[in-house]
Design a protein around this ligand. Structure first.
Ligand SMILES: N[C@@H](CCC(=O)N[C@@H](CS)C(=O)NCC(=O)O)C(=O)O
Length: 218
C-alpha cells in the first residue's frame, strides 16, 4: 500500500497528491507530517523535507522521483507521453518550473509568508533570476490546452502546485505578480482547477492555510 506523508499547504506534497488522484491510484495519506531537522524525522526523510512516500515499508523522498516512480509502477492514466523526446519535453518544462521559478521564488518565502524580511540583495537577485525562468516558461509552455500540449502531464501537476505560489510571493514582495506577462496562465490554471483532482487539492490547501493562519493569530 502507498502512503503519502506531508501536509496540505506544501506545494511539493500537493504536486504528488494531484498526480496520485489524477492517476486514480489508491493511497493513504498522513497530512500531519511537517519538515524537521530532528534525528527521528531525518531517519524517515533524509533531507528533513516533505513529502515522502511509503511503499510497503520502503520510503521514497523527492517529489520528482516519486512522480517518476508512480509513472513506472502505475502506467494507467499516464502523465508522460509515450515518445521519448516528448517525455523529455515534459520533464524539461517541469524542471524549468521547479528549478528556475519555484526554487528562485522560494528565497522570498520566509520574508513574505513567515514574518521575516526580504533584503534588497535578495529582492534584486530573485527578480533577475525569475526573469530568466519566466522567459524560459514563455518559450516552452504550450497552453494547448495543457502546459505541454494536448495531454495532461506531470508538468501540469508541477505548474498547478508551484506557479500560484510564485505569483503570490512576488505580489507580496514586489507589489506585482512577476508572472503577469504570461497572459495564458490564469485561464489555464482556472481550467486545471475545474478538474476534480486539482479542485480537491486546492480546497484542502485553502482549508489548511486558514487553519494555519488561525493558529498563528492565537
Ligand atoms: N526537492 C524537494 C523539495 C521539497 C520541499 O522543499 N518541501 C518543503 C515544503 S513545501 C520542505 O519540506 N521544506 C523544509 C525544508 O526545506 O527544510 C521535493 O521535490 O520533494
Amino acid at each position: 500500500m502507498i502512503k503519502l506523508c506531508g501536509f496540505h499547504v506544501s506545494n511539493y506534497h500537493n504536486k504528488v497528491r494531484i498526480a496520485l488522484l489524477e492517476k486514480g491510484i489508491a493511497f493513504e495519506e498522513d497530512s500531519t507530517v511537517t519538515p524537521s531537522q530532528k534525528d527521528e524525522y531525518l531517519a524517515l526523510s533524509p533531507m528533513g523535507k516533505v513529502p515522502y512516500l511509503e511503499v510497503d515499508g520502503t520510503r521514497l523522498c523527492e517529489s520528482g522521483v516519486i512522480l517518476e516512480y508512480l509513472e513506472e509502477a502505475y502506467p494507467q492514466q499516464p502523465l508522460l507521453p509515450k515518445d521519448p523526446l516528448a517525455r523529455a519535453k515534459v520533464r524539461e518544462l517541469a524542471t524549468v518550473i521547479e528549478l528556475h521559478l519555484e526554487l528562485v521564488a522560494r528565497r522570498l518565502y520566509s520574508g513574505v509568508f513567515f514574518g521575516g524580511t526580504v533584503s534588497d540583495g535578495t529582492r534584486q537577485s530573485v527578480e533577475k533570476d525569475l526573469a530568466k525562468g519566466v522567459r524560459a516558461l514563455k518559450a516552452l509552455a504550450k497552453f494547448d490546452p495543457f502546459i505541454a500540449g494536448g495531454e495532461l502531464t506531470l508538468a501540469d501537476c508541477a505548474a498547478a502546485a508551484h506557479l500560484p505560489l510564485v505569483s503570490l510571493s512576488t505580489k507580496l514582495a514586489y507589489g506585482r505578480d512577476l508572472l503577469e506577462g504570461i497572459a495564458q496562465l490564469k485561464p489555464y490554471l482556472k481550467m486545471l482547477g475545474e478538474r476534480p483532482a486539482f479542485a480537491r487539492v486546492n480546497a484542502d490547501r485553502k482549508a489548511a492555510q486558514e487553519a494555519m493562519a488561525a493558529r498563528a493569530k492565537k
